[in-house]
Write a protein that binds this ligand. Structure first.
Ligand code: MN3
Length: 246
C-alpha cells in the first residue's frame, strides 16, 4: 500500500472509530478500530542523505555525518513515531490529559526530524557551494546590504545560541523579507515562529564535537563552504510562489 493511500485509509478508519454506536453499528466502529491498530502506524521514516557520508569533508567528517544521520536523526524518527502512536491511542480513548502530555515529545522529536531533514538538504560538497545571481542573492542584498553581512549576522547569532539549538535563515511571508532567527532545542522554525525555513545550521554539540571539539565558532564559520545555495533559493522561490497564490 502506498503512503498516500495508507494515510487516506487511516484517516477514514480513524473517523469511523470515533463515531458512537448510536450513529453507526458498534461492530463497524469496533472493526475500524481493530483494523486501524493492525495497520503499521509508522508515519515518518529516516530519509536518505542526498550525498555520501564523506561528501562534506573536510568541513564535516564522514564520522560525524554517519553518527548524526544514523544515530541522532534516527532516534528522533523512532521517538516521533512512538509519540504519534500514543497520540492515536489517546485520541481514540478521548484521553485529553494524555493528548496534552504528548505536546513536548511531539515538538521535540517531530522538530528533530523536520530540522534534520531540512539540514541535510541545504548542505552540499565544498566544490558545489555557490550563491549565484538570482532571486535569493537579490533579496539577501536587499535585506542585509550584502551576502557577507548576512553570513556574519547568522553566524554570530547561531554561535551565541545557549546550549543546544539551531540558527536559521527564515522567510517572513508577511513582509516578504529574509531574517536570521535562532531556536532552542529542536523547536521547529515554522511551527513556532511562522518563518519559512530557508537554511538551517545545527549547533547541537553532536553536529560538530568530533571535528571541532567545543569550538562552535570554527564549525559555524566553516559550514558556509558547504551550503547548497540552489536548495536555499528553491525554498525561497517556493515560499514566494505560495504567498502569491494565497
Ligand atoms: Mn543534530
Amino acid at each position: 500500500m502506498g503512503k498516500g493511500q495508507k494515510l487516506i485509509i487511516d484517516t477514514s478508519l480513524r473517523a469511523a472509530s470515533y463515531l458512537r454506536s448510536d450513529i453507526i453499528p458498534r461492530e463497524v466502529s469496533k472493526a475500524a478500530t481493530a483494523m486501524l491498530s493492525s495497520v503499521p502506524s509508522k508515519v515518518v521514516t529516516l530519509p536518505d542523505l542526498p550525498y555520501d557520508y564523506n561528501a562534506l569533508e573536510p568541513v564535516i567528517s564522514a564520522e560525524t555525518m554517519t553518527l548524526h544521520h544514523t544515530k541522532h536523526h534516527n532516534t528522533y524518527v523512532t521517538n516521533f513515531n512512538i509519540a504519534l502512536e500514543k497520540l492515536d491511542k489517546a485520541v481514540t480513548e478521548g484521553d485529553t490529559s494524555g493528548i496534552i502530555a504528548l505536546e513536548g515529545p511531539l515538538k521535540f522529536n517531530g522538530g528533530g526530524h523536520l530540522n534534520h531533514s531540512l539540514f541535510w538538504n541545504n548542505l552540499c560538497a565544498k566544490g558545489s557551494s555557490e550563491l549565484k545571481d538570482g532571486p535569493l542573492k537579490t533579496l539577501v542584498e536587499d535585506c542585509f546590504g550584502d551576502v557577507a553581512t548576512m553570513k556574519q549576522n547568522l553566524s554570530s547569532m547561531t554561535v551565541a545560541v545557549q546550549g543546544s539549538g539551531w540558527g536559521w535563515l527564515g522567510f517572513d511571508d508577511k513582509s516578504g523579507r529574509i531574517e536570521c532567527v535562532t531556536r532552542s532545542n529542536q523547536d521547529p522554525l515554522e511551527a513556532t515562529t511562522g518563518f519559512v525555513p530557508l537554511l538551517g545550521i545545527d549547533v547541537w554539540e553532536h553536529a560538530y564535537y568530533v571535528d571541532y571539539r567545543n569550538v562552535r565558532p570554527d564549525y559555524v564559520n566553516a559550514i558556509w563552504d558547504v551550503i547548497d545555495w540552489e536548495v536555499v533559493e528553491q525554498r525561497l522561490v517556493g515560499a514566494q510562489n505560495k504567498l502569491e497564490e494565497s
